[in-house]
Design a protein around this ligand. Structure first.
Ligand code: GZL
Length: 320
């Protein structure tokens, strides 16, 4: 792993992955593609799986990957993007922590004609030409699917709490939007408490403990914007002497192995899948760009819904 000084300061482990071997040395393909990947952090099992998917695919395709882990800070991502401009990379992959704050740095990137592919989260920019395409799930639809399952499981009558993802992030905003859109059709469904737990397991447990203190015996279900927070909530429910999945229903989004194990154990009732395995899609898009193709502005990753009844059979198929 080579460390690079960027902007005069060492940026948190900007490392060359892909074995440092360039395409000429490795796969023998005509063009060396050097790609910068500005990852937001490692806040969840999902995020780690996404990073691994991109790094493995770069290695497989003989692409030199400059990887920057922003440790959860948008300013580090911005610094990484500026560093990639300085290195004059061939393309940039960006998993933006939050929707806003990207206009200026993406304008700097565009000045160098470096294409930007957004991975897994969208941005709100004044000029959509500042990025080439967004490869992500439809988070509004994920929220709708979670709510539809919960309405069905409770007959449309339930007092529930919501564990929101990272404030200002596209998945947190849109998963809440889709969920509430469905709940608006069912007046018997009531969100009695809602708070961010930043997509983290420990924080999910902490916030759920606070919810249980504030509304003892009133909570009938938990809607968590991701598995890690749902697993934290499950720990809090058990610590309070409650049976998660039975006394209190739990529905989450992501579909990682730990969530399937919790469903198989009867502690989690429903998971809406959101695949982090975006490496192949990312490099397919970059190769299409290299061939001069025009990409659609939005590449939607399809999601499935799984319930506890299917968990044991599906678990061996889970790849993250
Ligand atoms: C979704 C992704 C979210 C996951 C969380 O594309 O941005 O961030 O749902 C992750 O687990 O932390």
């Amino acid at each position: 792993m080579r460390l690079h000084l960027i902007g005069g300061a060492l940026l948190a482990l900007v490392a060359s992955c892909g074995g440092g071997e360039t395409a000429e040395q490795g796969t023998g393909s005509s063009k060396t593609m050097v790609v910068g990947f500005a990852q937001l952090g490692a806040e969840s099992n999902w995020r780690t799986a996404e990073t691994r998917s991109v790094q493995d695919e770069a290695q497989r395709r003989g692409v030199e990957l400059k990887f920057a882990d922003a440790q959860g800070q948008q300013e580090n991502q911005i610094r990484a993007l500026k560093g990639f401009v300085g290195m004059n990379v061939g393309a940039i992959l960006l998993a933006p922590k939050t929707e806003t704050g990207w206009d200026n740095v993406l304008a700097d990137v565009r000045k160098k004609n470096i294409p930007v592919v957004l991975l897994d989260r969208g941005v709100k920019v004044a000029d959509e030409s500042l990025y080439t395409t967004l490869i992500a799930s439809d988070f509004v639809e994920e929220g709708r699917k979670a709510a539809t399952w919960l309405v069905g499981a409770t007959g449309g009558k339930c007092r529930l709490v919501e564990l929101q993802g990272t404030v200002g992030s596209a998945p947190a905003i849109d998963r809440q939007k889709g969920f509430l859109e469905v709940l608006a059709q069912h007046p018997g469904m009531e969100v009695i408490l809602s708070q961010t737990a930043e997509f983290g397991l420990a924080k999910g447990k902490e916030v759920m403990e606070a919810f249980l203190k504030a509304k003892p015996k009133e909570i009938q279900a938990v809607y968590a914007h991701n598995d890690d927070m749902a697993l934290g909530a499950i720990q809090a429910l058990e610590a309070a002497g409650l049976k998660p999945g039975v006394d209190v229903l739990v529905v989450s989004i992501d579909g990682g192995k730990p969530a399937f194990e919790a469903m198989a154990a009867g502690k989690l009732n429903c998971v809406v899948e959101c695949s982090p395995l975006l490496g192949p899609l990312a490099f397919d898009a970059l190769e299409r760009l290299q061939r001069g193709e025009t990409l659609p502005k939005r590449i939607v990753v399809e999601d499935r819904v799984f319930t506890a009844a299917e968990a044991a059979a599906e678990l061996p198929n889970r790849k993250y």
